[in-house]
Design a protein around this ligand. Structure first.
Ligand SMILES: CCCCCCCCCCCCCC(=O)SCCNC(=O)CCNC(=O)[C@H](O)C(C)(C)COP(=O)(O)OP(=O)(O)OC[C@H]1O[C@@H](n2cnc3c(N)ncnc32)[C@H](O)[C@@H]1OP(=O)(O)O
Length: 157
């Protein structure tokens, strides 16, 4: 059985760093593309539309999560998000290339504090703050052990 704790984000066959769910497609299905340094291009795919022509807030949070972890992954290949808060300042259009600038505010031991800003031209559409953690070596095996100890699901729950 593969060791889940040896998991790190590696470049996919397309050469792009992708999370586990996107590796088979070779593209980031959230529409996040690293640019230079801490800059990212992000485009909300229309299927993540919440209201007419505007992004679902969950997509905005997911895009920030991806950007913020990607920024930290340049230093540390094993990350998880502990908390993420998003301020939604303006509706975010779908199918428009937006810019996100990430920032590592603090990194000490396993603890990271990071932030990001999503803009279209001169306007800020949303901001995010997150606490990340360098994964403990047994992060996934602990999870699997806990899950294996649960009763099997029934039709009632
Ligand atoms: C360049 C381009 C690159 C592109 C790459 C694409 C990148 C895409 C990237 C996408 C990336 C997306 C990234 C994502 O979205 S990661 C997915 C979302 N995040 C999570 O799933 C994290 C879930 N939370 C935790 O695992 C813990 O709370 C953390 C690790 C945050 C605590 O952290 P902290 O440092 O605060 O505390 P601690 O480690 O001392 O633990 C405290 C307590 O927590 C419990 N606990 C902890 N761990 C486990 C566990 N494994 N199994 C079971 N329980 C666990 C346990 O009770 C423990 O207490 P104790 O029982 O030990 O006393």
């Amino acid at each position: 059985m593969p060791d889940s704790d040896s998991f790190t984000i590696e470049p996919s066959s397309s050469g792009r760093m992708l999370c586990g769910g996107c590796v088979p497609d070779g593209v980031c299905r959230l529409g996040v593309e690293p640019r230079d340094g801490m800059w990212f291009d992000v485009t909300c795919p229309r299927h993540w539309q919440g209201g007419p022509g505007v992004a679902h807030g969950g997509w905005i949070a997911a895009a920030f999560d991806d950007v913020l972890n990607t920024a930290a992954l340049r230093t540390e290949p094993r990350m998880v998000t502990k908390s993420l808060s998003v301020e939604y300042l303006r509706p975010v259009p779908v199918d428009r290339k937006l810019a996100v600038l990430a920032r590592i505010e603090r990194h000490e031991g396993r603890e990271w504090t990071v932030s990001a800003r999503m803009t279209l031209g001169a306007d800020t559409l949303a901001t995010a703050h997150a606490e990340l953690r360098t994964r403990r070596p047994d992060h996934y095996s602990r999870h699997e052990h806990w899950l294996a100890g649960l009763p099997l699901p029934t039709n009632e729950n």
